[in-house]
Design a protein around this ligand. Structure first.
Ligand SMILES: C[S@@+](CC[C@H](N)C(=O)[O-])C[C@H]1O[C@@H](n2cnc3c(N)ncnc32)[C@H](O)[C@@H]1O
Length: 243
């Protein structure tokens, strides 16, 4: 089994934006989401993107006028983010999201942790630590957006094989195994080479985080949940710091 960093650097990062198809469309979809929920720059203009990947969230935020600090551990994805972000005000920072406060200015308006980054953490204690750091970093009235996959519901038998994406050169399949508190995600890639099809497999752990647990933890810290939805297995939650 690979660590998260190994999994991304040696395996997934090379395919990540390909898996999503049209890069601009993914950015635009996030931009529309932020507009819809009135997550727009105010006084400080500072937004934090936790687990920014190739920049689908960071670029959307910067296009809306935020100054974005984009945290990730994958140099490959941060390089892609940099190459796609032109003159937008995005600072890529290669560090663990659990250390984000070390780089964080005061008066953060918005913190986002999207695209299932949350489940990549090693433990529920790490998630708790992250939530508390976000609470202490955002200003009063500041918001926290979380988007993560619900792995509580267990796929069975052959349904655990997910045909993620394919084209004439690449076939990407995911096989999920369920354990107490976590899943093992096996990313299986066949790529066409002059010598024939080449198989690469890498596996890593993701946490099975109940949405209700997240809600409770955030409310206990002093957040109010202003939006919650579950769509196609993805949970989206917006929390507001009241005082
Ligand atoms: C599923 S991707 C999501 C990327 C992006 N937020 C999106 O919506 O496309 C998860 C990202 O989180 C990063 N990541 C996972 N755990 C991390 C950690 N502890 N610290 C920093 N980055 C992390 C991975 O390298 C990867 O880029």
């Amino acid at each position: 089994m690979a660590t998260v960093v190994e999994h991304y650097e040696k395996h997934l990062a090379a395919y990540y934006s390909w898996l999503f198809g049209d890069f601009s469309a993914a950015v635009e979809s996030n931009r529309q989401f932020f507009i819809l929920h009135k997550l727009l720059p105010g006084k400080s203009n500072i937004a934090i993107d936790l687990g920014a990947g190739c920049g689908f969230g960071s670029i959307a935020l910067a296009k809306l006028g935020f100054k974005v600090l984009a945290f990730d551990l994958s140099q490959t994805l941060l390089d892609e983010l940099k190459s796609k972000s032109g003159n937008l005000e995005i600072t890529p920072i290669k560090d663990n999201i659990l250390n984000f406060t070390a780089h964080c200015p005061e008066g953060v308006e918005l913190c986002v942790c999207m695209g299932d980054t949350l489940t990549h953490l090693e433990s529920f204690d790490d998630a708790r630590h992250l939530f508390a750091d976000v609470y202490n970093s955002v200003r009063t009235g500041g918001k926290f957006v979380l988007v993560f996959r619900d792995y509580i519901f267990e796929l069975k038998d052959t349904d655990r094989f997910i045909p993620v994406k394919s084209d004439s050169n690449t076939i990407f399949t995911c096989f999920i195994e369920y354990f107490e508190g976590y899943v093992l995600v096996n990313d299986i890639v066949y790529s066409r080479t002059p010598q024939g099809w080449k198989l690469d497999v890498s596996s890593y752990k993701k946490l099975r985080i109940p949405a209700d647990w997240v809600r409770r933890e955030l409310i206990e810290l002093g957040f109010t949940i202003t939006f919650f939805t579950k769509d196609k297995g993805m949970i989206t939650l917006i929390a507001c710091k009241n005082n």
